[in-house]
Design a protein around this ligand. Structure first.
Ligand code: NAD
Length: 443
């Protein structure tokens, strides 16, 4: 089948590439000329495991093409996927300008029936706005063509995006036209072989499902962080509490890890956007407000521990920081806890020596060549001569700590463990002062 995908970011590029991989003819359209030029050469601008090889293979197989030409994009696919960004507006609501720009493009250039599939995360009611925009654009040109608008939210996780797209937990299809559901069932059939994962529903429910899923996951994290903070004050150990509650199958062990807060392009923006959506229908979403407040506080937790340890004296201090990306296996630093920590430390006069396996270029792009930030090539280099180590992202490479290296490289053996990677008793037995989240400091 012929598919056009608007937006070649994390979601659009993975969607386009995976659809090409199973035999479709895919054309990806983006307004970013540099990005498209890179992609045409087979160079992937983001870090996503397995994506480079798949992009190259499908370009060579002539199933995957890239363009900035909207006319060509609209002419190409029966399916017109929208996978552009929906960043937060100033008031926290989702900014729909990119989604509606694509809708206008489709209306301006379509000559035939099209199925417009929205993959971007958008407020409930957006499909109606997309439909209206296309209809009005067609009307202006005196055209009257048939088209359908579908909500097909994406659930892939950065860092495992290809795997998630190829083996989805579920494929949500929101339509008001059963014939469209059947066409999408055929498009998704290669990813739906083991058992039926397609969940068809009305459009508004599909749009809300995406926000509900992300809000639930964010709630789990903030809940555990709230418990961790309580555990610290009460002299309990949150990791033992985690094991104790996870054993209940109604709670389960998944996604209940305490830490230094969630970041990324989705949870913070989607929780905020859902709060706004609620406000617009006169509903005060108190739980969502609290999830966000707890997370903002949690992102400051390592800074408070560091400041407390150094008795407020942070100017002239150097902190080694392991992990810049908001989570492992990605180079994405949008709303990353590392940024909150670094900016608070800079404000207090400290310097940072940071290491991340893949996000150094992204850090350079965000912060330029700031003097207070040294981006190191190895974890060891980041430790050299620093006053303490802060671990912010749980990359596998950080999990097994070389105690001797920490002791010989740092000025004093102090570790702030934002992801509870290390065992407090073992750290104490090695003579390392170890602060973590929701666990007592052992001596
Ligand atoms: P992104 O910022 O990585 O990519 C968006 C791309 O759209 C950019 O390359 C941009 O140049 C392009 N674009 C903007 N306007 C355009 C236009 N008019 N025509 C063509 N291209 C245009 O964004 P992303 O992370 O891929 O997210 C896209 C959407 O998917 C968002 O709504 C997001 O909430 C949602 N989502 C993201 C994830 C994730 O993990 N990143 C997961 C699920 C859903």
């Amino acid at each position: 089948m012929k598919v056009t995908v608007f937006g070649s970011g994390y979601v659009g590029l993975v969607t386009g590439t995976c659809l090409a991989e199973v035999g479709n003819e895919v054309l990806c359209v983006d307004i970013d000329e540099q990005k498209i030029a890179m992609l045409k050469r087979g160079k992937v601008p983001i870090y996503e495991p397995g994506l480079d090889a798949l992009v190259q293979k499908n370009i060579e197989g002539k199933r995957l093409n890239f363009t900035t030409d909207v006319t060509q994009g609209v002419a190409h696919g029966l399916f017109q996927f929208i996978a552009v960004g929906t960043p937060p507006d100033e008031d926290g609501s989702a900014d729909l300008q990119y989604v509606l720009a694509v809708a206008r493009n489709i209306g301006e250039h379509m000559k035939d029936y099209r199925i417009v599939v929205n993959k971007s995360t958008v407020p409930v009611g957006t499909a109606d706005k997309v439909r209206e925009t296309i209809r009005k654009t067609l009307e202006k040109q005196g055209a009257s063509l048939e088209f359908d608008v579908v909500s097909n939210p994406e659930f892939l996780k950065e860092g495992a995006a290809v795997e998630d797209f190829m083996k989805p937990d579920r494929v949500i299809i929101g339509t008001d036209n059963p014939r469209t559901t059947e066409l999408l069932r055929v498009l998704y059939a290669p990813f739906n072989r083991n058992h039926d994962r397609l969940v068809a529903m009305d459009i508004r429910s599909a749009e809300l499902t995406k926000y509900a899923a992300n809000a639930m996951l964010a709630t789990k994290i903030s809940f555990m962080n709230e418990m961790a903070n309580l555990a610290e004050k009460l002299g309990a150990n949150i990791e033992q509490v985690r094991l104790g509650i996870g054993a209940d199958p109604r709670i389960g062990y998944h996604f209940i890890y305490p830490g230094c807060g969630y970041g990324g392009s989705c949870f913070p923006k989607d929780v905020k956007a859902l709060e706004r959506i609620a406000r617009e229908v006169d509903y005060n979403a108190e739980l969502l407000n609290a999830v966000e407040t707890v997370n903002n506080r949690q992102k400051q937790s390592l800074f408070h521990k560091i400041r407390h340890h150094f008795e407020g004296q942070l100017s002239e201090r150097t902190i080694a920081l392991w992990g810049l990306a908001f989570k492992p296996n990605t180079d994405d630093m949008r709303e990353a806890p590392s940024r909150t920590l670094m900016e608070a430390l800079w404000e207090a006069g400290a310097r940072i020596q940071a290491y991340d396996p893949v996000a150094r270029d992204e850090a350079r792009r965000i912060y330029g060549n700031r003097q207070e930030l040294v981006l190191c090539e190895t974890p060891e280099a980041a430790l050299q001569g620093a006053d303490a180590l802060a671990v912010v992202t749980e990359w596998n490479v950080f999990r097994s700590l070389d105690f001797e290296m920490v002791k010989t490289s740092l000025k004093a053996p102090v570790v702030f463990d934002g992801r509870n990677l290390y065992d407090p008793a073992l750290m104490a037995s090695q003579g390392i002062i170890h602060y973590s989240i929701g666990r007592p400091v052992m001596t």
